[in-house]
Design a binder for this molecule. Structure first.
Ligand code: ADP
Ligand code: ASP
Ligand code: MG
Length: 816
């Protein structure tokens, strides 16, 4: 029995392992810079890794720089070499001592001693010959330490020196010998142990150490991913994604949530340190996902790099490279110019104007190459500043903006990259922080991307969607709005790349999937937009209960749904507090009066310092129609049934006659005017007699004539005084601050402002400090497909205008 259980367990484990596709996690130097950082990394590995995954590490932060410095000191034979060697060793020794138990500490310190003795020998005797060997210690120490810490604290782990399997055929181009490397890696892998592999270093075909260039561990990670067919590569770093500019230098940089492969490649080429230029090369089949995340705050979703569509295309970034050389020569024209660009992997060039832009260390090589063509060359110090985005060179407006932004700089030329993803300005001055910030501002100032989710695809939701394409192309504030979700009570369609707005409903019919609350919330929590707006056109109380969660996630809400705004005082206050805390906006212009700007009017009065003392009027289109039409010619019940058949009432007319809807609307307006009250504080006259309230709908409709005597009596009494009857909402506040609120039938003079409406119209009357004797009146249709949908559009424009000007926050080292 026991045995069979164990066997079953083993197969289950194996199945589990087989099911788990390999993930590669690369930790950069900045994530391994101190004992505290390493502890954080260990936690990430505990939570995110399984035993057959691969961890790739860079040298502990600053170590490669220190090793380079040692190397240069050795070449120059400076006296400080000994001190620097001592410093580098003590930093390692300190990490070891802080992180390991004493027996392991001792072992690693002994190994460190041996390594440093070897390092010293190379530095003193043959630094040039051993440059790569010297640099390799950084990754070696880092991998050894991390794997020991993991073995002590998390799971069995072993360290792999990538030089034991990774073979580079061509040092210069860093071309991997895939077949040999793959076979050797599989030979090295140990079952049920987590591999920690050195990044940055490899062997060449002569069996010598070589490096993949600065920041090369990113490339190591994707090479290894391709060797083992990994599903995911995560580059864990000290910033929570790739930003529209270096966030250390440009505080207003925005996170690029989704970066198309081509753009990422171009950013790497143009010096973005988060991505080594070759990082994407091994992932040509695009079946491996690549993303950048922060080891300082793993909960934040970072930047995903992949094959993305229309959304990501519009994200622009700005990057620069200083310390370059502009090389001008006749030989850089025509075919020869093209050859030169390729030969030197020039940053950019123009074979008509006859120049290439290269790195300073290439000057000698370029001069030699030109010597063989017997032409003169002029070298000028230069820099490039580029704006990068998907197929950006084809955007005339971006070209124009970029040019304008650089009008005060010494721009030698502007060049489009052959891959079409960058426009580069060649500057004969260094790119300063100020210039970078200015150009970044000009290129990205109105580029906050706003995701739009529409919940409720009934009559109004449909109309809202029908109007959406025209609004998006017409209203500048909606330029960066992307419809990304359509939700009904049963199904949902989400697409991070945007749902084609012209076919929204048909796509929904075709592709929507059943969804539950937790799936919905999980999607909303992980959306890749700067801002997300949920438009709630559902009539559902259930859906309104999600607002609290929306607000906690910083999601904005446009509610046509009255439930949340008229919920209990405690709930309402808690919603407002949650929204305020996470800076979520909550608009609900259409909860009362459909598209009529009553909520805006109230807000404006408050903003202008006014005091509202009274709000009254006819708030129900249905009750407006019924009482404007009811003159005694037809019995009340007949009129009500007419209204029902025309769709003027709810399917159960008692919902209108109960006055509850009007009561909720009055509560919403009174709250909007700054008063604290609840539904219970608003007296409500239910026009349905008790006896009819509990009947089924058909029974109620059959017994509707029982309503008639009451209404004819009311009407006749009113008529006798040259008056009429209307269903009125009234809220007022006395000078002493006492609130009075009620909704019910009132007898009004035939001349009253509320007595002469076009049937179905709403009327709102506000008395305030500014509008006392002569009140402010807003009247017009208070229901209907077009006016309600357009009221929601008005809210959307307002929200987007506010959001477009918001600054995003950079998460650098887990700090806002
Ligand atoms: P790692 O040590 O993880 O390899 P790097 O130091 O090489 O990380 O790269 C991360 C750093 O790159 C960040 O600290 C950030 O300041 C800088 N950086 C420069 N440009 C960008 C950018 N556009 N987006 C994000 N980070 C950038
Ligand atoms: N340690 C190497 C460097 O500092 C490689 C890397 O970090 O990716 O460049
Ligand atoms: Mg790096």
């Amino acid at each position: 029995m026991k045995q069979s259980n164990a066997a079953e367990k083993l197969t289950a484990d194996q199945n589990q392992l087989a099911k788990h596709a390999i993930q590669v996690h690369k930790f950069g130097g900045s994530s391994l810079a101190s004992a505290q950082c390493i502890v954080r990394v260990v936690d990430i590995i505990r939570q995110h890794c399984q035993l057959n995954d691969i961890v790739v590490v860079s040298a502990n932060g600053g170590t490669t720089d220190a090793l380079f410095a040692l190397y240069h000191q050795a070449i120059l034979q400076t006296e400080t070499l000994e001190i620097s060697l001592h410093d580098i060793k003590s930093m390692q020794a300190q990490l070891i001592s802080e992180l390991l138990s004493s027996s392991n500490e001792k072992r690693l310190l002994t190994q460190l001693d041996a390594d440093c003795a070897q390092l010293k020998k190379w530095l003193e005797n043959s630094p040039q010959q051993h440059q790569a060997d010297i640099l390799a210690f950084g990754e070696l120490w880092s991998a050894r330490l991390l794997s020991e810490v993991l073995s002590e604290k998390v799971c069995p782990s072993f360290m792999v020196d990538s030089r034991d399997f990774l073979v580079i055929d061509n040092d210069k181009a860093c071309q991997v010998n895939t077949q040999v490397s793959k076979t050797q890696l599989y030979q090295l892998k140990q079952r049920h142990k987590l591999a920690v592999i050195t990044g940055y270093i490899a062997k060449n075909s002569q069996n010598e150490t070589c490096t993949l260039g600065r920041n090369g561990s990113d490339y190591s990670a994707t090479i290894m991913a391709s060797l083992v067919g990994a599903l995911n590569v995560t580059l864990w770093t000290d910033v929570d994604g790739i930003y529209s500019a270096d966030p250390r230098v440009v505080p207003s940089a925005r996170k690029l949530h989704r970066l198309p492969n081509g753009v990422a490649k171009e950013l790497g080429r143009l010096g973005n340190p988060v991505l080594h230029a070759k990082t994407l090369q091994p992932l040509t089949d695009h079946s491996t996902h690549l993303h950048v995340a922060s080891s300082f705050d793993p909960s934040i979703s970072g930047t995903e790099i992949g094959k993305f569509g229309q959304i990501a295309k519009q994200e622009l970034s700005v990057t620069f490279l200083n310390d370059l050389l502009l090389a001008q020569s006749d030989s850089f024209t025509g075919n020869l110019g093209e050859q030169a660009q390729q030969e030197f992997s020039a940053v950019c060039g123009d074979d008509k104007a006859g120049f290439i832009v290269i790195h300073q260390e290439q000057q000698k090589a370029v001069s030699q190459w030109l010597a063989s063509h017997d032409t003169e060359v002029k070298f000028t110090p230069a820099s490039i500043l580029a704006t990068v985005g998907h197929k950006v060179i084809h955007h005339g407006d971006v070209q124009a903006r970029f040019k304008r932004s650089l009008r005060h700089s010494k721009t030698f030329a502007r060049v489009n990259s052959p891959n079409e993803h960058s426009i580069m300005a060649v500057l004969t001055q260094a790119c300063t922080t100020e210039l970078l910030n200015n150009v970044h501002h000009d290129m990205t100032k109105d580029a906050r991307h706003i995701g739009l989710v529409v919940a409720g695809l009934g009559n109004i939701g449909e109309r809202f969607l029908e109007m959406l394409p025209a609004q998006l192309s017409r209203v500048p504030a909606l330029e960066n709005v992307h419809l990304v979700g359509l939700v009904s009570s049963k199904k949902a369609l989400f697409n991070n790349d945007g749902i084609e707005v012209n076919q929204a409903l048909s796509l929904y019919q075709k592709d929507a999937q059943p969804i539950d609350k937790s799936e919905l919330m999980s999607w909303l929590a992980n959306h890749p937009y700067d801002e997300l707006v949920v438009v709630d056109v559902t009539p559902s109380e259930q859906f309104s209960l999600l607002y609290e969660d929306f607000f906690k996630q910083g999601i904005h809400v446009i509610g046509a749904n009255k439930w949340a705004a008229s919920s209990s005082t405690d709930n309402y206050k808690s919603l407002l507090a949650s929204a305020a805390k996470s800076k979520s906006l909550w608009f609900g212009n259409t909860t009362v009066g459909a598209g009529l700007p009553i909520n805006y009017a109230i807000n404006d009065l408050l903003n202008s310092g006014d005091n509202i003392t009274e709000i009254s009027g006819i708030f129900s289109g249905t009750l407006s129609w019924i009482f404007e039409t009811y003159d005694g010619t037809l019995p009340f019940s007949k009129l009500m049934l007419d209204a029902l058949s025309q769709g003027i009432t709810e399917p159960d007319p008692r919902e209108d006659l109960s006055g509850r809807d009007v009561q909720r609307k009055l509560l919403i307006l009174a709250r909007a005017a700054g008063f604290e009250l609840s539904l219970a504080d608003i007296k409500c006259q239910n026009l349905v007699p008790d006896a009819l309230q509990t009947l089924s709908i058909p029974d109620f409709l059959a017994a509707a004539d029982q309503l008639d005597s009451f209404f004819s009596e009311q009407l006749n009494q009113a008529k006798e005084q040259q008056c009429c009857i209307r269903y009125i909402a009234r809220f007022s506040v006395s000078e002493s601050g006492k609130l009075t609120a009620k909704v019910g039938l009132e007898v009004l003079s035939n001349n009253d402002a509320f007595a002469n409406l076009t049937p179905c119209d709403n009327i709102f009357q506000i008395k305030s400090g500014w509008y006392q004797e002569n009140p402010l009146i807003i009247r017009g249709p208070g229901a209907g497909r077009d006016v309600t949908a357009s009221g929601i559009h008005s809210d959307l424009v307002n929200i987007c205008q506010r959001l477009n000007t918001r600054q995003s926050q950079v998460k650098l080292k887990g700090i806002d």
